[in-house]
Design a protein around this ligand. Structure first.
Ligand SMILES: [Fe+2]
Ligand SMILES: [Fe+2]
Ligand SMILES: [Fe+2]
Ligand SMILES: [Fe+2]
Length: 404
């Protein structure tokens, strides 16, 4: 399939940005701004297009490990200042590096996310210094520090403030070569004007090399698998939810003897179905009690965010439907649109049924997962009342009855 990995990343990056907003109180577009500045620096170095392309992906993904909720549980309570919590944790570097290990980069970069908080003078989390640190890590560290710096300087990108930030980077964070580039950039007003929320996206698009290539669906699956892990790691309540749904979607595709291509598309839809949950604060996702009506309204938005993230990706039209319809019900009582049976194709119905089955059978910290027969009983009752597809429920019973 003709596909641009970075177009995909830019499309879903707002979901990652939400994690930073939730965790760090960052403003929106943090990932895009960090990627844009990374590319402004990378473009001034003698790098190949492939290296620049990977630098874009790595900078968008640099803080993907932040969604790991257990990191925050381990930090002392008194560290309630968002940036202190963030800087105080090397865990997000380790988890972030691990999450992207299957990502199909063009240049096999190693350790870039792991070392994105290292400093040239050796005062980073891991104590690497100078040329021991991957170049792209140092660039991302500088770009990332811009966001922190200006958040507290009130987002005023005046020449004087930009120079202040460049000097702060020069004092140990970056190499003399990068410091010289930052000084050059400080004199180029267009760099700073492009950072506003309404200009950042086209500015970033213009800097990313366009490699639209024939990408096999199994490679795209490697990327969506990364996102599935990021989503699952956001909340300890649903630690295996997307992974479990993808496995079950693959099993049902086999049951229905679907071809390789449709199977891969179904699995990709399962990987991404709850992507929008990245935009729901953990303070709501992690409450071990029934949600208040207001909280439930917020949680319901996740499917809408899933749709918004996926619908502009060329070639993902059917995947978007199957992923974003998973809470719609045949009787029109689902969300977000209240679609009815005649608006839901077979794979959307299948995803809806499987999502319920997966949720019922998985263990949560506050309850054991249901046995297969109990879960089928719940699904059958829902089918009787017109919520989910009755024949698909029977097929799920057949397909999983003896294996679970
Ligand atoms: Fe970070
Ligand atoms: Fe960051
Ligand atoms: Fe969902
Ligand atoms: Fe789900």
């Amino acid at each position: 399939m003709q596909f641009s990995l970075n177009d995909f990343l830019i499309a879903v990056s707002f979901a990652l940005d939400f994690v930073e907003m939730d965790r760090l109180g960052m403003q929106s577009n943090h990932g895009k701004r960090t990627a844009y500045l990374t590319l402004c620096i990378a473009r001034r170095l003698d790098l190949s297009e492939e290296e620049v392309y990977d630098a874009a992906a790595l900078s968008i993904l640099h803080d993907n490990g932040l969604s790991e909720s257990s990191l925050y549980e381990q930090l002392p309570q008194e560290w309630n200042h968002a940036v202190t919590r963030f800087e105080g944790s090397r865990g997000h570097c380790v988890i972030g590096e691990k999450n992207v290990k299957d990502y199909p980069f063009l240049t096999e970069p190693e350790g870039v996310i792991l070392y994105h908080h290292e400093r040239y003078d050796g005062n980073g989390f891991f104590g690497l210094k100078g040329d021991e640190i991957p170049l792209i890590s140092l660039i991302i560290a500088a770009a990332d520090s811009f966001e922190n710096y200006f958040k507290y300087a009130g987002g005023d990108y005046s020449h004087e403030k930009v120079l202040e930030w460049v000097n702060s980077c020069e004092a140990g964070m970056v190499s003399p070569q990068l410091a010289a580039i930052l000084h050059q950039m400080a004199e180029d007003q267009s760099v700073w004007e492009n950072l506003s929320n309404d200009r950042i996206e086209p500015a970033l698009d213009a800097l990313v090399p366009s490699f639209e290539m024939e990408v096999p669906l199994d490679k795209i699956r490697q990327v969506t698998g990364v996102f599935s892990r990021i989503v699952d790691s956001k909340s300890s309540f649903t630690r295996r939810h997307s992974k479990g749904l993808a496995e079950k979607a693959a099993r049902m595709a086999e049951y229905y003897k679907k071809g390789q291509e449709e199977t891969a598309r179904l699995v990709i839809a399962a990987d991404l179905h709850d992507l929008g949950k990245l935009a729901v604060p953990n303070s709501i996702l992690d409450v071990p009690r029934a949600l208040t009506p207001e909280e439930f309204e917020t949680v319901k938005r996740h499917v809408y965010y899933t749709r918004v993230a996926l619908e502009n990706i060329r070639g993902f039209e059917d995947i978007t439907e199957w992923a974003a319809n998973h809470h719609e019900k045949l009787n029109g009582k689902g969300y977000p649109f209240g679609k009815t049976g005649d608006e839901l194709d077979f794979n959307s119905r299948l995803m809806g049924c499987l999502d319920v089955y997966q949720a019922l059978t998985e263990d949560r910290p506050y309850r054991k997962g249901m046995a297969h027969s109990q879960a089928i009983k719940v699904l059958s009752d829902m089918a009787k009342n017109g919520f989910v597809d009755n024949s698909i429920t029977k097929d799920i019973d057949q397909a999983f009855g003896f294996v679970i």
